[in-house]
Design a protein. Structure first.
Length: 768
C-alpha cells in the first residue's frame, strides 16, 4: 500500500513538473509564466541581451546583435523553456539604425534617413509627423526589430547641446504634441517606441554623472510636461531613463520619477528601460521601477540574484518588473513570430522624407522676393556643404542610409545650370580634404560619423567673375553635432572667419551686379545670425533634412514646394543672452573626468538651472529682450490674414477658433499659435505661453480655413510648489492668435470664475 502511494506521489510530482515545464508564454497567461520562472530566469529577463560586436560591415558601430539584426542597439533575453522570445531594440529617431551590410550576404539593409527632430518639430504638423512615424515603424517591423529607441524629447535649454538635432523644441507643448504624433505613427505598425531621455538630459558634457538641479516647478512645467503629453496621448510601449542625476539621485534609481510621477500620476503602463549604462545599483534601479537594464551584462544578472538572496532586494519587487516585461513581450512582432521581409518600401519612404523635409524648412528672410527663383537660369553655388550635404546628426541618431542627395544634384534635377567652373574648384578641394582626413588619425568611431569638412576660402577675383557669369548665388553653411559632446561657441555657434568673409565678399560682388544672394543653413541646431543676416537677400533654414535633402531644398528654392515651417526654438542675438548660458556647463575642478587623447578634461558634477521656467521665449518675451528670430517665426511665399477670433467656454475649459485667409498670390499653409496670458497676481507667470497650435491645409489664394483648438483647465495650469498642485487661477485670460510669439494677430478673452486645482505628490525636490 505504501509503495502504491509512493508511486502515485512520484507520478503526481512528475505531472506537476511536466505541467510547469510545458508552460509557454501566451497573451493571457503572464501570471502563470511568472510563477514558473526561476530567480535566475527573472534576473535574466530584466537585463538586456549582452552587448556584442556584430559581424559584417557595421560602420564601426557598437552593439550589433548578430543573432537576428546586426547593428541593432540592444535586445531582451530569450528563455526558450518558457516560450519567451528575444526582442530587438534599434536606434532612431531619424530612422532605423542597423548594419547596412552583413558577412556572406550580397543583400543590403539600408534604412531611410528622415529629417531630424528639429526639422519635424518646425513643421508644426502632427498629421505629417505621424505619417513619417508610420514609415519608420514599417522599417522597424520589416527589418525584424521590435522597439525603436525614439523619439528624443529633451528640451532645448541651450543651443550648445550636442543632441538638440534629435530633440524638438524649447517648448514642452510642441515637444509633447510632435512626440505623441511620432509615437502614434510608429506604433500603428505593431512595433513599440521608447520616449527618451527621461528626464532633463539637456547636455552631453558629463552626461553620465552630472546632476541637473532645478526647482520642482521648472521640472514639472518645462522638462517633464512634454513626456506627460506623449504618455497620456500616445501610450508609448517604453520610456528610457536617462544617464544623468536629477535633483540628487540618478534618474535610473529614482522611484519618485519612475513610479510616483510616471506611473501613479500619469498612468503609464509600459516598461522603463535604462539608457545604455553598465553596472550601477541594480537593487535601487528595480525598486525605482526600472524594468530593463540595457545593454546588459552578466555582472548585473549576478548582482540581482545575490541581492535577492541576501534580502537587499525583495523578489516581489523584482516580480513587478518581470511581469511588466512579460506584458510588453506579448505585444511584440517577435512574440507573434512575424515573418519580416527585410524589404521595406524604401522608394515610397524616400518620397515621404523628401516631402516632409520641405514642410519643416523655415524661410528666415526673403527681401525683394528673391525666392522662389523664378526666371533664374545659372547659379554660382558656394560653400563646401553644398557639395557634401548633411542629412542628419552623428551618434546613435544617425542612420545608415544608401545615399544623401546634395544640393548640386537637387539643383541639376530641377533643370538649373550650376556654374561648373566653381563646382570643379569645390570638388577638388573636397577630394583634397578627404584625403587628408583618410591619412590622419581615426576620429572617435561611430559617434562622429562623417567628418564635416572645413570651409574653403574663395578669392575675390573668383567671386567677382562668378557675379558676372551667374544670375544668383547660393551659399550653404553647414554644422554637425551629435552624441557624446556639446557644441562650442566660437566657429560653431558663431561663424568662422572664412564663412563670414565668404558671405561678405559674395554679397558685395553679386549686389554690385544687381543679383541676389541666398544663404541655405544645413544644420540641426541654432547658430548666431544677428551679425550677418542683413547681407544676403534670402535665408532658408533647411535643417538636416534627411537623405533626399538636396532635392527638398531645390524644391523649395525653385517654388516646386513652399516653406511653411516655423521655428520651434528662439534664435538669440548672442549666446550670452540666454539665461542658461551662465550655467551650461560651467567647467570647474571635480572628481569626475575623462581623457581626450593625453589631456584629462575635468567636468562639473552638477548644473544648476537657475533660470527656472525662464527657458527660451518665456524669458525673452517676458523680459522684452530682443532676439534675432523669435519663437514661432517663419515667412512664406504668400501672406495670410487672421479674422473672426472666437473663444467659448466649455465644461472643462475653452474652445478657440480663428479664420485664416491666404491673401497672397501663391499657395501656402499657415501655422496659428495660440498663446495665453494669465491673470495678474498669484504665481509669477511668463508674459505669454503657447498652449495650442494648428496648421491649415494647403490654401490657394483667397481661400480660407477656420481652425479650432480646444484647451482644458489643466492645460492652462501652472505648478505651485507651495501647494504641490497644478493650479488654474481665476480671472481674465487673454487668448492670442499668433503668427509667432511676437506677432499676435488677433485676441479674445476667457474668464474663469473659480480656481481649478489638480493635486500632485511632493516629490523631486532639489538637493542643493
Amino acid at each position: 500500500m505504501k509503495r502504491t502511494v509512493l508511486i502515485a506521489c512520484v507520478l503526481l510530482l512528475g505531472s506537476v513538473s511536466t505541467i510547469t515545464a510545458q508552460v509557454k508564454l501566451q497573451a493571457n497567461n503572464v501570471d502563470e509564466v511568472l510563477k514558473a520562472m526561476t530567480l535566475e530566469e527573472k534576473a535574466m529577463l530584466v537585463v538586456g541581451g549582452n552587448r556584442q560586436i556584430a559581424t559584417g560591415d557595421n560602420n564601426g558601430m557598437i552593439g550589433g546583435h548578430a543573432q537576428r539584426v546586426p547593428g541593432a542597439a540592444g535586445a531582451t533575453q530569450a528563455i526558450p523553456r518558457l516560450g519567451i522570445p528575444s526582442t530587438v531594440l534599434t536606434d532612431g529617431p531619424a530612422g532605423v539604425r542597423i548594419s547596412p551590410r552583413r558577412d556572406n550576404d550580397q543583400n543590403t539593409y539600408f534604412c531611410t534617413g528622415f529629417p531630424v527632430g528639429t526639422a519635424l518639430a518646425c513643421t508644426w504638423n502632427t498629421q505629417l509627423v505621424e505619417e513619417v512615424g508610420k514609415c519608420i515603424g514599417n522599417e522597424v517591423l520589416e527589418y525584424g526589430c521590435d522597439v525603436l529607441l525614439a523619439p528624443g524629447m529633451n528640451i532645448h535649454r541651450s543651443p550648445l547641446c550636442g543632441r538638440n538635432f534629435e530633440y524638438y523644441s524649447e517648448d514642452p507643448l510642441v515637444t509633447g504634441k510632435i512626440a505623441a504624433a511620432y509615437v502614434r505613427g510608429v506604433q500603428s505598425q505593431g512595433v513599440g517606441t521608447s520616449v527618451k531621455h527621461f528626464a532633463a538630459n539637456s547636455q552631453e558634457t558629463n552626461r553620465m554623472g552630472v546632476d541637473e538641479v532645478m526647482s520642482q516647478r521648472a521640472l514639472r512645467e518645462i522638462y517633464l510636461k512634454g513626456f506627460e503629453i506623449a504618455v497620456r496621448e500616445a501610450a508609448p510601449w517604453t520610456v528610457m531613463s536617462s544617464y544623468n542625476r536629477l535633483n540628487g539621485p540618478f534618474t535610473q534609481e529614482n522611484r519618485e520619477l519612475l513610479t510616483t510621477i510616471l506611473r501613479d500620476e500619469w498612468g503609464f503602463n509600459g516598461i522603463v528601460m535604462t539608457d545604455w549604462t553598465g553596472l550601477r545599483n541594480t537593487a535601487a534601479q528595480i525598486q525605482a521601477g526600472n524594468d530593463l537594464m540595457e545593454p546588459g551584462n552578466d555582472s548585473q544578472i549576478k548582482d540581482i540574484i545575490e541581492k535577492v538572496k541576501s534580502g537587499v532586494l525583495k523578489e516581489a519587487d523584482l516580480d513587478i518588473c518581470v511581469k511588466r516585461i512579460l506584458q510588453y513581450l506579448v505585444k511584440t512582432p517577435a512574440f507573434r513570430a512575424y515573418n519580416y521581409s527585410n524589404k521595406p518600401d524604401l522608394k515610397a519612404h524616400a518620397d515621404v522624407t523628401r516631402r516632409s523635409a520641405t514642410e519643416g524648412m523655415v524661410l528666415l528672410k526673403n527681401d525683394g522676393q528673391a525666392l522662389p527663383m523664378d526666371g533664374t537660369k545659372t547659379i554660382s553655388v558656394f560653400g563646401v556643404t553644398s557639395y557634401d550635404f548633411i542629412a542628419g546628426g552623428t551618434g546613435s541618431g544617425d542612420v545608415n542610409k544608401a545615399y544623401t542627395i546634395d544640393l548640386m544634384q537637387g539643383l541639376t534635377e530641377a533643370g538649373l545650370k550650376v556654374n561648373q567652373k566653381l563646382a570643379d574648384v569645390y570638388k577638388n578641394y573636397q577630394n583634397y580634404q578627404r584625403s587628408l582626413t583618410a591619412a590622419g588619425p581615426a576620429r572617435g568611431g561611430w559617434f562622429w560619423g562623417k567628418a564635416l569638412l572645413p570651409e574653403m576660402a574663395v578669392s575675390r577675383p573668383i567671386i567677382n567673375a562668378q557675379a558676372q557669369e551667374s544670375d544668383l548665388a547660393i551659399i550653404t553653411l553647414g554644422r554637425q553635432a551629435g552624441e557624446g559632446s556639446d557644441r562650442h561657441e566660437d566657429g560653431d555657434f558663431t561663424l568662422t572667419d572664412v564663412e563670414r568673409q565668404l558671405i561678405t565678399d559674395v554679397c558685395n560682388a553679386f549686389h554690385l551686379a544687381n543679383k541676389p544672394v541666398v544663404v541655405v543653413l544645413n544644420m540641426g541646431n541654432v547658430i548666431e545670425t544677428a551679425s550677418w543676416k542683413s547681407m544676403p537677400d534670402a535665408i532658408l533654414l533647411a535643417w538636416q533634412p534627411g537623405q533626399e535633402g538636396g532635392y527638398s531644398v531645390a524644391d523649395v528654392l525653385t517654388g516646386k514646394a513652399y516653406p511653411s515651417g516655423k521655428l520651434a526654438m528662439t534664435w538669440p542675438n548672442n549666446l550670452i543672452d540666454l539665461p542658461s548660458s551662465a550655467n551650461f556647463p560651467n567647467v570647474r575642478p571635480t572628481t569626475t573626468g575623462r581623457r581626450r587623447g593625453n589631456e584629462k578634461v575635468e567636468f562639473q558634477d552638477y548644473t544648476k538651472h537657475v533660470e527656472g521656467i525662464n527657458v527660451g521665449y518665456r524669458y525673452f518675451t517676458t523680459s522684452k529682450k530682443s532676439v534675432s528670430y523669435p519663437f514661432g517665426f517663419g515667412l512664406s511665399y504668400t501672406t495670410f490674414s487672421y479674422s473672426k477670433p472666437v473663444v467659448k467656454a466649455t465644461k472643462d475649459g475653452l474652445m478657440a477658433s480663428i479664420t485664416v485667409t491666404n491673401t497672397g498670390k501663391r499657395v501656402g499653409k499657415e501655422v496659428v499659435e495660440l498663446y495665453v496670458s494669465a491673470p495678474a497676481g498669484g504665481l509669477e507667470k511668463p508674459a505669454r505661453e503657447l498652449k495650442a497650435f494648428a496648421k491649415t491645409r494647403e490654401l490657394q489664394p483667397n481661400q480660407s480655413e477656420t481652425l479650432t483648438m480646444k484647451l482644458s483647465l489643466y492645460d492652462l495650469a501652472s505648478y505651485n510648489e507651495a501647494t504641490q498642485a497644478w493650479e488654474t487661477a481665476p480671472g481674465k485670460y487673454t487668448i492670442g492668435f499668433g503668427a509667432n510669439v511676437e506677432d499676435i494677430r488677433a485676441t479674445a478673452s476667457y474668464n474663469l470664475s473659480k480656481q481649478h486645482t489638480v493635486k500632485c505628490h511632493d516629490v523631486m525636490k532639489p538637493d542643493m
